[in-house]
Design a protein around this ligand. Structure first.
Ligand SMILES: [Zn+2]
Length: 584
């Protein structure tokens, strides 16, 4: 089965008792700090907060009439208003009222008080309110580094692991044999595999965050080993994975699909995983796969322009890799991948690599301006325009929007008709998202069918689409609606839960993430986005929840729920993009 973060069931999973879940739901246990122990889960607030000059809305799912915003320091009431009317929300089954205090424009730390209901978790109003969350979300990639010892330092004592997966070899399906010690890259998700397809969209999203919001992120130091080397840290971190991806390219230009063990290890630390790390291919000539190769071409083409001012040699190496990869996909336009016999790790399989090739051609044209890439794009782009109107929830699988957007975002002059067409379609799709988000009682862009594996990534990707639209066809409502989706992820949701570990007073605490499960720390590794509610219930924890739950409530903060509570680099990258776009 294909999934957003494509990981079939894991060994070493164990559902916790449902009683625990009930206790969690009833008393809201799990706050990292004791500041607001008595907060009501019926008041749903972005636990990070709100931008000074943006709309500020909190949601209330209990019967109340008025609300107050109180200053946390002295409990003084600074704003008082009536709640909006109760609206029925089909996706959660909740009756939802809005508490709108957009006109409050005084920076500070506050909480909401609703008579007869209680108080909310605390939140801030500041122009740089998302800076800390951005820092932690980017540092989560550092925590996923493979092949090197990782230590989050004095800020998070005890969050460390020794160098892992230092030995690799060619699997029989790769067409080669012997040792292949490609060290590096990021662990993909809660497991320790590394996958070129998912690496492509994830690393590409980070490089795009740099290209679109470089001014906002360039001076944010991530306290990683490369900090201070003259290159912005977001690019330093992305390069860690990119270097590994480049090593997955064979001499003929093709890229192998993945490097993982044959099966998932148990819930152990990465350095204790002694299963052999295998470069895995398709099992028959040409052994490499087209989607992986085209994703590598797209990513390396972006890297060729992004890294040029900081490391021209590295940029040139990327351009050469991208060209070679592109040529390989011309020779083999649709070699798809399925797990070879005996391999049960994530597949990231895809029936069609046409959209990956479209993305690669567009990025190569944007970087080089060469006609061959332009012609391929112009011949094919119209087939993919509908993907802007109804994006696939599987962002790693359907990368056509990246191809279309990058063509229209390019500084160089492309075909005027195609550019105008993409711009118009992107803006129209964004307006439709804005309209339905305004009607949604939870102020989220999600529709019922979006509550799939990795639904939080779907929410983050709506945010990304809106921010891209705001660049192509600026409209304040695009940015405001992007913020709505960010608010949803940070606590303004049915569970009143921040879906980013160690962010906010009431974050989720039991990710399906091996280091968090195996280490001695009470809290999970910080800055990681949960997969989120999933109506498809592919794990036993979700199947044990009541049968009549509405889709947006099918979620469990339980390590065993890999289908709703795993972390994954692709939706993590979309979160970073959304946060980066809202930095000052
Ligand atoms: Zn590793």
């Amino acid at each position: 089965m294909l999934k957003l973060c494509d990981n079939p069931s894991r060994s070493g999973d164990f559902p916790r008792s449902l009683l625990y879940l009930v206790v969690l739901a009833l008393v809201g246990w799990g706050a990292v700090t004791a500041v607001a122990e008595n907060a009501s889960l019926d008041i749903k607030v972005d636990q990070v907060g709100y931008l000074l000059n943006a709309p500020k809305v909190v949601l209330v799912t209990a019967a109340g009439r008025t609300f107050e915003v109180r200053r946390a320091a002295d409990n003084a009431t600074v704003f008082r208003e009536t709640l909006g009317p109760a609206l029925s929300d089909a996706d959660t089954g909740d009756q939802v009222r809005t508490a709108d205090f957009s006109s409050l424009r005084e920076a500070g730390t506050y909480y909401l008080f609703v008579p007869d209901v209680g108080r909310s978790w605390t939140f801030s109003i500041r122009p740089d309110v998302f800076s800390r969350a951005y820092y932690l979300a980017m540092r989560a990639f550092y925590g996923q580094r493979c092949g090197v010892a990782v230590d989050l330092g004095p800020e998070f004592p005890g969050f460390s692991h020794a160098a892992c997966h230092l030995k690799g070899e060619f699997h029989s399906s790769s067409g080669k044999q012997g040792p292949r010690d490609n060290v590096g890259g990021w662990h993909d998700a809660g497991d320790y595999g590394r996958y070129v397809v998912n690496s492509g969209i994830s690393t590409g999203t980070l490089l795009w965050a740099w290209e679109l919001f470089g001014d906002k992120v360039k001076n944010i130091k991530l306290n990683i080993p490369e900090s201070g080397n003259g290159t912005p840290d977001i690019l330093n971190e992305a390069r860690w994975n990119l270097e590994w991806m480049l090593k997955m390219q064979d001499d003929d230009g093709g890229a192998w699909q993945k490097q993982t063990s044959e099966r998932f290890p148990g819930f152990i630390m990465p350095e204790d995983d002694k299963l052999s790390s295998e470069v895995i291919g398709t099992g028959q000539a040409p052994y490499k796969s087209t989607c992986a190769t085209a994703d590598l071409a797209a990513l390396a083409a972006i890297a060729a322009r992004v890294y040029k001012p900081f490391d021209a040699k590295f940029a040139a190496r990327n351009l050469e890799a991208a060209r070679k990869a592109w040529l390989w996909t011309e020779k083999y336009p649709n070699v798809t991948f399925r797990n070879p016999p005996g391999v049960s790790t994530g597949e990231y399989g895809d029936d069609s690599c046409k959209d990956e090739r479209l993305w690669a051609a567009a990025e190569l044209w944007r970087t080089t301006g060469e006609q061959g890439y332009n012609e391929f794009f112009l011949k094919n782009y119209a087939d993919f325009r509908p993907s802007l109107d109804s994006p696939s929830p599987e962002g790693w699988r359907e990368v056509a929007p990246m191809g279309l957007w990058t063509y229209a975002l390019a500084d160089r002059k492309g075909d005027a008709v195609a550019t105008a067409d993409i711009r118009k379609s992107t803006a129209a799709a964004a307006r439709a998202i804005v309209e339905r988000t305004r009607k949604n009682p939870y102020h989220v862009s999600m529709v019922a069918k979006d509550y799939v594996w990795g639904s939080n990534g779907v929410a983050a990707n709506y945010g990304m689409a809106l921010l891209v639209a705001n660049v192509l066809a600026p409209d304040p409502s695009f940015r405001e609606t992007a913020l709505d989706n960010l608010h949803y992820l940070l606590g303004r949701n049915a569970f009143s839960l921040s879906w980013v570990t160690q962010v906010g007073e009431h974050p989720f605490r039991h990710p399906h993430h091996r280091p968090s499960g195996a280490d001695k720390n009470a809290e999970p590794w910080p800055g990681m986005l949960s997969g989120g509610p999933n109506a498809d219930r592919q794990d036993a924890v979700l199947r044990a929840l009541p049968a009549d739950l509405p889709p947006a409530k099918i979620y469990a903060d339980d390590q065993g729920s890999y289908a709703s509570n795993e972390i994954c680099i692709n939706w993590q990258a979309a979160l970073v993009f959304l946060l980066a776009g809202n930095l000052p």
